[in-house]
Design a protein around this ligand. Structure first.
Ligand code: PLP
Length: 380
């Protein structure tokens, strides 16, 4: 804050929330590896008791993420799924979830399992269509509507404000997986969401070297207390070194995201209408059905995630994934290096992902190199 003027996200990120160590004036925090914290002569603590409940290195990340999201509180976890499943862990038998048909497949697989095991209703719908969500919610029974901005891996756009209104009218909370649209471009809480989730393994850390997750809420209410207890008692905690690395990675999020967005747009413009490509899926493309909503919700670019539907079906798509020389044929996303993946192979038999779809996580390399690589793979 400068004279009551909130910091822009780029500034808050670069300075890790204007971090200066109170003891040493160091501009980078130390790693606090202690698992336990001694009480003083009056048997008081300085807010830290035991590492599973919280450590200074979590606080640095959590304070920064809460500020970026405009939330009341944040909580880091050992992985994205440890964070996301902590939200679902608070649900009881007889309650009901609405989630997207097309979403991160790992979480959807888990929702199916807990739905059956715990007697929790689950409706999977076209989450880009508010009418489909409105038809699926069960007032008084639906506890959580879960969407993604954007839907992975087809990059359909969910209207956060419209979905929040539907969820709230039914007495439910809205949770948003914003992993692919970090708070430099999209702040779901501003559009009415109650909980925002990120796999920090992706854009927030951005270097494909730390696994983690974070939740942020608009209001730190009783439901948040439940989630805090899940981390405390189930114990899916991040290590302090990972939290420290995550904070370091986040310092460059703004420039990484901007560069990845520019690169993706250059690739999209080049391959849109290309003879070897049936379609390019990217919300920044004016012809994308969700473009108008994306433009409203994403204020600083559409990111580095896109998909190419390869002409010739699954075999042609797999052949491209095998022929690339710069794009790395690996899963995950949001890192500085560009990745390519045949999602149907990874998602397995339940996958609704088109078989000719290649997901690209565009990094921060030179766009012309990436375009040349795809051209040679498509030509081959
Ligand atoms: N949400 C999305 C959109 C993802 O892409 C992923 C991981 O691929 C996750 C959640 C899960 O996060 P993690 O792998 O960090 O547990």
């Amino acid at each position: 804050m400068i004279r009551n003027r909130p910091l822009s996200s780029a500034t808050a990120l670069a300075q890790a929330g204007h971090f200066i160590d109170p003891e040493t004036r160091a501009v980078v925090p130390p790693i606090q590896s202690a698992t336990t914290f001694a009480r003083d002569a009056d048997y008081q603590t300085k807010g830290y008791v035991y590492s599973r409940y919280g450590t200074p290195n979590y606080d640095h990340v959590e304070d920064l993420v809460a500020e970026l999201e405009g939330g009341a509180a944040s909580l880091v976890f050992a992985s994205g799924l440890a964070a996301a499943t902590a939200v679902f862990e608070t649900l009881r038998a007889g309650q009901h979830i609405v989630a997207p048909q097309i979403m991160y497949h790992g979480l959807q697989d888990w929702l199916r399992i807990i739905s059956e095991r715990r007697g929790i209703g689950l409706s999977l719908v076209d989450a880009t269509d508010p009418a489909a969500i409105a038809a699926a919610v069960r007032p008084g029974e639906t506890a959580l509507v879960w969407i993604e901005t954007l839907l992975n891996p087809t990059w359909g756009v969910c209207d956060i404000a419209a979905t929040a209104e539907i969820a709230h009218r039914a007495g439910a909370r809205l949770g948003v997986d914003a992993t692919v649209s970090p708070p430099v471009t999209c702040r779901p809480l501003d559009h009415g969401a109650d909980i925002v989730f990120h796999s920090t393994t992706k854009y927030l850390n951005g270097h494909s070297d730390v696994t983690g997750g974070v939740l942020t809420v608009r209001k730190a209410d009783e439901h948040w207390d439940d989630i805090v207890n899940v981390r405390k008692y189930v114990g899916g905690v991040m290590g302090p070194f990972e939290a420290w690395l995550l904070l370091r990675g986040m310092r460059t999020l703004s420039v990484r995201y901007q560069r990845a967005s520019e690169n993706a747009l250059a690739i999209v413009r080049h391959f849109d209408g290309h003879g070897a490509v049936d379609a390019v899926l990217y919300p920044g493309l004016e012809t994308h059905p969700g473009h108008q909503i994306a433009a409203r919700q994403m204020t600083a670019g559409f990111g580095g995630m896109m998909s190419l539907m390869i002409r010739g079906g699954a075999e042609a798509a797999l052949s491209v994934a095998k022929k690339v020389q710069l794009f790395m044929p690996a899963t995950s996303l949001g890192g500085v290096e560009s990745l390519i993946e045949h999602r149907a192979t990874v998602e397995g038999p339940a996958s609704l992902t088109p078989k000719n779809l290649l997901r690209l996580s565009v990094g921060i390399e030179e766009a012309s190199d990436l375009i040349a690589d795809l051209e040679q793979a498509l030509a081959g």
